[in-house]
Design a protein around this ligand. Structure first.
Ligand SMILES: Cc1cc2nc3c(=O)[nH]c(=O)nc-3n(C[C@H](O)[C@H](O)[C@H](O)COP(=O)(O)O)c2cc1C
Ligand SMILES: CCCCC(=O)C(=O)O
Length: 369
């Protein structure tokens, strides 16, 4: 995909015809520190590339002569109505992209009838984002070694109106994003992570070797947590729990048995390099779970046909990581709104051209892997 931005002096956002155009705008707005943090995958970035490639390899088997005069892209996740099966994945530090940070993302999700997942490591306090999102948000938890702090974060998320807890399970340690190591990624002095630590604590992080972020993360998160501890987590929050970072049928079955929903993800290729693409992992997970819980997917979603393929194969919704960040960097709230709008329009057209008038009409028969 070659980004082809013909930026008019008036409205580059409106001139963007696809997410690649928005990515070019977003990238151009970032300094090296932020750009490398957003763009990088782990090690050789095989999984990062494979997330895209897997979508492209899958072929569609469209049906014809169906009345598609009124295509409806609407669906729901855990009972929350969405204008289309497209949400926003959690990502840390939106303040690197835009001064409005997570507030811009939350307002865009609200305006677009979507849902935003707020990272534990946001630059904006949970309560502020919750007020902006008006219930259109889920909260992502990194379990901290400090269980009291984790508990208070969970209480705050619930009180702020989060509708689900997304518990990230693929990052007991951060993967090695080598550009960040090489150039010693650091959070700029004007940003903090108010849900978890003060700026002073952040400033004390050892930066002599590698990325400040990896060291900081390493000290904070709990690496002992297992399936046995999930009951403890369940006791800490009344919210439905979604396990984010599941890539196998085995773990998906355990998740369902523990009463959790499943978010198929390899963390955007940022954790274990050469891990399977999320799209390729999806079918065995759908099969194994057999309708016991909802299944979501992220990783490499940039086209309406990607959304269609994932939903046809059993994902309830897909989530955007970097794509939302590029929109945010390009123009704040309107940039994220444009990202959602372009992708939803592509999805609607793809449905029509596949002969599907309702999201419920999307079935595995539409996709040849
Ligand atoms: C810059 C960046 C920061 C991220 N931070 C988090 C995070 O705080 N918590 C989390 O669970 N996942 C995090 N992720 C992973 C995303 O939620 C998501 O799994 C991934 O970005 C999806 O792939 P995509 O970028 O190709 O859409 C982050 C991803 C990126 C790119
Ligand atoms: C300290 C925040 C870690 C965010 C994360 O999950 C990522 O960078 O992929």
């Amino acid at each position: 995909m070659t980004p082809d931005v013909q930026a008019s002096p008036n409205d580059p956002l409106r001139d963007a015809v696809n997410l690649a155009d928005l990515e070019a705008l977003g990238r151009a707005a970032l300094d090296r520190n932020a750009l490398e943090y957003y763009a990088s995958g782990a090690n050789d970035e095989n999984t990062l590339r494979e997330n895209r490639a897997a979508f492209t390899r899958a072929r569609l088997r469209p049906r014809v002569l169906v009345d598609v005069s009124g295509v409806d892209t609407g669906t729901s996740v855990l009972g929350l109505r969405l204008s289309s099966p497209i949400g926003i994945a959690p990502s840390a530090f939106h303040g690197l992209a835009h001064p409005d940070a997570e507030r811009a993302t939350a307002r865009a999700a609200l305006a677009g009838g979507s849902v935003m997942t707020l990272s534990t490591f946001s630059n904006t306090p949970i309560e502020t984002v919750g007020a902006d999102a008006q219930g259109r948000f889920w909260f992502q938890l990194y379990l901290l070694r400090d269980r009291d702090l984790s508990r208070s974060i969970l209480d705050r998320a619930h009180a702020a109106g989060a509708r689900a807890l997304v518990f990230t399970v693929d990052a007991p340690f951060l993967g090695r994003r080598e550009a960040n190591e090489r150039h010693r990624f650091a959070l700029p002095a004007h940003l903090s992570a108010p849900n978890v630590a003060s700026r002073a604590e952040l400033a004390q992080v050892e930066t002599d070797s590698g990325s400040q972020l990896a060291n900081y993360f390493q000290n904070l998160v709990d690496k002992t947590f297992t399936w046995h501890d999930l009951d403890w987590l369940r006791g800490q929050t009344p919210l439905p729990i979604i396990l984010k970072g599941v890539l196998t049928a085995e773990d998906a079955v355990l998740a369902a048995e523990h009463g959790c929903h499943v978010w198929v993800s390899n963390h955007g290729g940022r954790q274990l390099d050469t891990a399977i693409s999320s799209f390729e992992a999806l079918p065995e997970i759908v099969d194994a779970v057999a309708g016991r819980c909802e299944i979501y997917l992220d990783g490499g979603v940039t086209r309406g046909t990607d959304v269609l393929k994932a939903v046809a194969l059993g994902a309830r919704a897909v989530f955007l990581g970097r794509a939302a960040l590029w929109g945010l960097a390009a123009a704040g709230q309107p940039g994220v709104e444009r990202t959602l709008e372009l992708l939803q329009d592509e999805f609607r057209l793809a449905m029509a051209l596949c002969g599907a008038a309702r999201v419920g009409d999307l079935t595995p028969a539409l996709v040849r892997l």
